[in-house]
Design a binder for this molecule. Structure first.
Ligand code: UDP
Ligand code: UDP
Length: 464
């Protein structure tokens, strides 16, 4: 029987934009189903969250816990991985969050009738807290079903320990149409025998995820049924597929008020001129060498396409020079943008993307095909899924054909032109529009994700 109490979820996003944004979208979905929320975060991350959920202030409480101080490698005041001096500090940062456990529990104790805790997979220690209070924990694990299932199979069967070279093709036995290489993985998982602090951290994350009440997936069943069936039938715990979360925006967001940011005005102008635009962005974490940035600049310049490039390294002079050379044809943005607003803009017809899972979903929901250029984490697997499995994008050409190879300006120019003007580009554009339509159907009333979210809320209410 369902609990007599009104459903109240505790949300605890991990402190990075790529992990926080999807959980805030999920929060919006839950709020529209009448769930009330307490969102846990830290002081520095509070403004972003408060701003995101400001229209729901009656149904949301935000609790900020002190972020641990004096952690080696983490400058004081940095409370988000996208603000770290380098991603080499990621594991220290993620491990330091464990020190928040006593404060979390002290605050949790004061919240009456919590239905469940939805916390990021990286915050594995929240499982122990949930267990202490007898509250079910649902893990949010921001990966595609494809990448989760393939990584699990690779790990369990130690598929990467065999081959001689990093580019040797290995068949994933459980999904025999998928061929991977060691190059599709990053340190330490590209080693024959992965060890070290990051490996240990990921193992803890996986074990806590498997021992949790369930997993919430940012995906929809029709997108990747074979992989979601695998996760639900051959692996634990149950994977609730209730996405794409980014479509929550269309449900509850009023239209943007003026003044528009300058890049949206530039997009409007391109649309009025009947021009199409290539959007270029590599997410909030990617670290790109200056040599590679120069090759991107040259490739974009020579491709002759209109482009909007969002960059993170504001100190690089290379951008000023490029802006001067291309004039009105391109715009380089160094600020935080509303990526979804850009992707949804009618002028945007292609996306050069690092294939972070949120970016892939946002591109699908906007009907924009991808030029896949994976940079880190599970992005090479997402790129494979995009290009080979769902066929909504092409792959950028690297100088040696390998996944991690350098991309020369000519390679970028050639593949950009193929995406924007070529036959293959046409095919993937048609496909992404179909997939985008299926995503919207899944999220609309009585669609698969819609129903699953209702079932999930009902189910957790019966647990306590
Ligand atoms: N911020 C955050 N996490 C942090 C540090 C800052 O979310 O670890 C937020 C901060 O609250 C503000 C925004 O990021 O809303 C901008 O922060 P900052 O002043 O560091 O500006 P930046 O130079 O990075 O744009
Ligand atoms: N994003 C954004 N504005 C920016 C940079 C990023 O809105 O200027 C958003 C983007 O839309 C996505 C998230 O930040 O929702 C990045 O997540 P993703 O999984 O694509 O990549 P990550 O940053 O985790 O590598």
């Amino acid at each position: 029987m369902a609990s007599k109490h009104h459903p109240h979820f505790v949300m605890f996003p991990f402190m990075s934009k790529g992990h926080t944004i999807p959980l805030l979208h999920l929060s919006q979905l839950l709020l529209s189903r009448g769930v009330t929320l307490t969102v846990f975060t830290t002081k520095a991350n509070r403004p972003f969250i408060a701003d995101f959920l400001h229209r729901h202030s009656d149904s949301v409480s935000i609790v900020d816990l002190p972020f641990p101080s004096d952690v080696e490698g983490i400058p004081q005041g940095i409370e988000s991985t996208d603000k770290l001096p380098s991603m080499t500090f990621f594991t220290q940062f993620a491990t330091a969050t464990k020190l928040m456990q006593p404060d979390f529990e002290e605050a949790l104790e004061k919240i009456p009738h919590v239905t469940c805790i939805v916390s990021d997979g990286f915050l594995s220690w929240t499982l122990a807290s949930a267990n202490k209070f007898g509250i079910p924990r649902l893990t949010y694990f921001g990966m595609s079903g494809y990448s989760s299932a393939v990584s699990q199979q690779v790990g369990v069967n130690r598929l990467l320990s065999g081959p001689e070279t990093d580019d040797d093709l290995i068949t994933v036995t459980r999904f025999p149409w998928i061929k991977i290489t060691r190059n599709d993985f990053f340190e330490p998982f590209n080693q024959r025998n992965p060890i070290g602090p990051h490996h240990d951290f990921v193992m803890e994350v996986m074990i806590a995820m498997m021992n949790s009440h369930g997993q919430i997936m940012n995906s929809f069943y029709e997108l990747e049924p074979s992989f979601l069936d695998y996760l639900n039938c051959e692996s634990k715990p149950k994977a609730w597929c209730v996405g794409p979360f980014c479509l929550a925006e269309t449900e509850s967001t009023p239209p943007k008020v003026d003044p528009k940011p300058k890049w949206v005005e530039w997009l409007d102008q391109k649309l009025a001129q009947g021009c199409s635009v290539l959007y270029v962005a590599f997410g909030s974490q990617a670290e790109i060498s200056s040599k590679q940035l120069e090759a991107i600049s040259k490739g974009l310049e020579e491709s002759q396409v209109n482009f909007l490039w969002v960059v993170r390294n504001s100190e690089m002079g290379v951008f000023d020079e490029l802006q001067e050379r291309v004039g009105e044809r391109g715009i380089i943005v160094r600020e935080w943008v509303d990526q979804l607003e850009i992707l949804k803009h009618e002028s945007v017809k292609g996306f050069v993307s690092h294939c972070g899972w949120n970016s892939v979903l946002e591109s699908i929901c906007s009907g924009v095909p991808i030029l896949a250029w994976p940079m880190m984490a599970e992005q090479p697997l997402n790129a494979k899924m995009v290009v080979e499995e769902i066929k909504i994008g092409l792959r950028v050409e690297t100088c040696d054909g390998s996944v991690k190879g350098f991309v020369k300006s000519e390679g970028l120019k050639k593949t950009v032109k193929e995406l924007m003007e070529g036959e293959k580009g046409k095919e993937v554009r048609k496909k992404v529009m179909e997939v985008g339509k299926a995503a919207k159907e899944a999220m609309s009333e009585e669609g698969s994700s819609w129903r699953t979210l209702d079932e999930l809320i009902e189910e957790v209410r019966t647990v306590r």
